[in-house]
Design a protein around this ligand. Structure first.
Ligand code: MN
Length: 306
């Protein structure tokens, strides 16, 4: 956000960025399982998507003796990619393609549902640290909705410094003055998910793309943009048409920056099914109810379930 002499006509800095459709939303407490509440950031009635991002849950920290509360039984998906990222702890991913993949901080689990898959996610058996993480859904663009289902595990993704912050590029690309960074994550539409962690308070300038919509979710600490301070468990939606943004992170702040090219139409989301087409999500629901083979089976869930 660059400021021009015209800005002097505005009452406050805040009104300058409100003109750019910036809005703050509180995350909502939602049950992931009957015993476990998570912070549901997307979707909300007032904000459905940021670029292709159509779902964001923030879970934990869940201390080690309550780990077993994180137990998501086998369920189906279509039309999206799930991204699971941990700040601490361990999870196990199981799916109908036969993958059994443990996940630890710094690693990325990416499941491309395409025309149909099912999976389960459970906490590992002997935790050493609290479980704390994110699950995101990236909608597949209509031309790729029916792609072959697959699962990819990435042991590392790019990590670099932005000012004094530590940056982790979970998906997509980001340009710093030194170089252009690319996440290895399989992608079907231009987007990014960039995690920033500050030990010390710092002010940095983000390089943005005019054509991307952006949002910033505050996991912990506080984020300040112009005169507005956004507390933890809140989402700052920035809209599009920005090429830079100056942000201030408090000490011990963690934020997730989401961006991407907006979809022509918001996707339809019904339960765990995502599609541009209402008919496709309804068909997926009927197929799941009758045990259609498109969703396969998660065979080893019982051996992890307690
Ligand atoms: Mn799922």
């Amino acid at each position: 956000m660059s400021r021009s002499s015209n800005d002097n006509q505005l009452d406050t800095c805040e009104s300058a960025w409100l003109q750019h459709d910036a809005t703050v939303y509180s995350a909502l407490d939602r049950p992931l399982t009957p015993e476990l509440l998570v912070q549901r950031v997307l979707p909300q009635r007032a904000i459905r998507m940021i670029g292709p991002w159509c779902f964001l849950d923030h879970f934990g920290p869940i201390d080690a003796q309550h780990y077993s509360l994180f137990d998501v039984a086998p369920h189906p998906h279509i039309g999206l990619q799930t991204i699971t990222w941990l700040l601490s702890g361990q999870l196990m991913h199981l799916d109908s393609l036969g993958y059994e993949q443990s996940l630890r901080p710094g690693q990325l689990n990416l499941m491309t549902a395409g025309r149909g898959i099912s999976h389960a996610e459970v906490a590992e058996q002997r935790p050493q640290t609290a479980l704390h993480g994110l699950q995101l859904w990236c909608a597949l663009p209509p031309a790729h909705e029916e792609t072959e289902p697959r699962f990819d595990h990435y042991p590392t993704v790019p990590q670099f410094s932005l000012g004094q912050c530590s940056a982790t590029l979970i998906t997509g690309s980001y340009i710093t003055p030194e170089r252009r960074w690319h996440s290895p994550a399989l992608s079907f539409t231009p987007h990014l998910a960039l995690l920033l962690e500050a030990n010390l308070a710092d002010t940095i300038s983000l390089q943005l793309k005019n054509e991307f919509e952006y949002g910033i979710y505050v996991l912990q600490g506080t984020l300040t943009v112009d005169t507005t301070t956004i507390p933890a468990h809140h989402l700052l939606s920035l809209g599009s048409q920005r090429n830079e943004l100056t942000i201030t992170l408090s000490a011990d702040c963690t934020i997730l920056i989401l961006g991407g090219e907006p979809f022509a139409q918001p996707v339809k989301i019904w339960w765990n099914f995502v599609s541009a087409s209402q008919q496709r999500v309804e068909q997926a629901q009927r197929d799941w109810e009758v045990g259609h083979p498109r969703f396969g089976e998660v065979h080893r869930y019982r051996s992890y379930h307690r």
